[in-house]
Every structure is written in structure tokens, then in C-alpha cells.
Design a protein around this ligand. Structure first.
Ligand code: ZN
Length: 132
């Protein structure tokens, strides 16, 4: 893993959360993007070298909606940047981690992404991502 690429935060209402985080970080969101396949609308903030990704559901069967129902708003995942996502996925699998998807998926912010199940990481949803 190269570095923490971003932290994902589940929110109910993207407009309201965007305003709140803009105040908190004293900076505006630099990008909004909907990933329809995941049922999610994202909004990105950059503060120093760190990035936050707000995630809100676009439909009731969205994985983010399920997360909100279960846990409420808050930290959803930690994303690490990798050089070669396919290779990293294979290594993690060999080491006993449970991958949620077998193949990298298209994520927001021009990334290929994959998720590691919290069951195998002590309760933290981990994303690995590679710039396309
Ligand atoms: Zn993410």
C-alpha cells in the first residue's frame, strides 16, 4: 500500500453534508460524482494532502443506504492507494483476506477499486484503489 488515498464517510444528505464539511475544513468540495452502478453520489474534499469522500445513497437498495440503516452516518471505509490493484488483490486473497469483489470495479475519481470485507480486517471496510 502506498498511502491512505482517502477516507470515505457515509452521509444521509449530500447537500447538507457538503455544507457542513466545507465549514469544518474551510474549503469547498472540488468534485461531485455519481456512480450509478453503486447507487452512490460522492463529493470530494481535499485538505492538505488528505482527501475525504462523502458518500450518500441514490436509491433505497444502495449499499450506502444499508450501511446508514445499520450504523448511521460516520466513517464508512479507509482507502489505500496501490500500484497494481490486480496483483494486490491476489496477494491479499492468498493472505486470507476476504475480497468483496473478485474483479476491480470502476469507482469515483477515475479509479479502479476493490473492497476487503470488514470480517477479515477487524471491523474496518478497506478499499484499495489505483488511478486509471
Ligand atoms: Zn472510497
Amino acid at each position: 500500500m502506498k498511502k491512505i488515498e482517502h477516507i470515505g464517510i457515509a452521509v444521509k444528505d449530500i447537500d447538507e453534508a457538503e455544507q457542513r464539511f466545507a465549514k469544518l475544513l474551510s474549503t469547498l468540495s472540488y468534485k461531485r460524482e455519481t456512480v450509478e452502478s453503486e447507487g452512490v453520489i460522492t463529493s470530494f474534499f481535499k485538505t492538505g494532502e488528505s482527501k475525504l469522500e462523502l458518500l450518500a445513497p441514490t436509491r433505497p437498495d444502495s449499499p450506502i443506504q444499508k450501511f446508514l440503516n445499520k450504523k448511521g452516518e460516520g466513517i464508512h471505509h479507509i482507502a489505500f492507494e496501490v500500484d497494481d490493484i490486480e496483483q494486490k488483490m491476489a496477494t491479499l486473497k492468498q493472505e486470507g483476506f476476504i475480497l468483496i469483489n473478485d474483479q476491480p470495479k470502476d469507482g469515483a475519481d477515475n479509479k479502479k477499486i476493490a473492497f476487503i470485507h470488514p470480517k477479515s480486517t477487524g471491523g474496518i471496510l478497506v478499499e484499495i484503489c489505483q488511478e486509471k
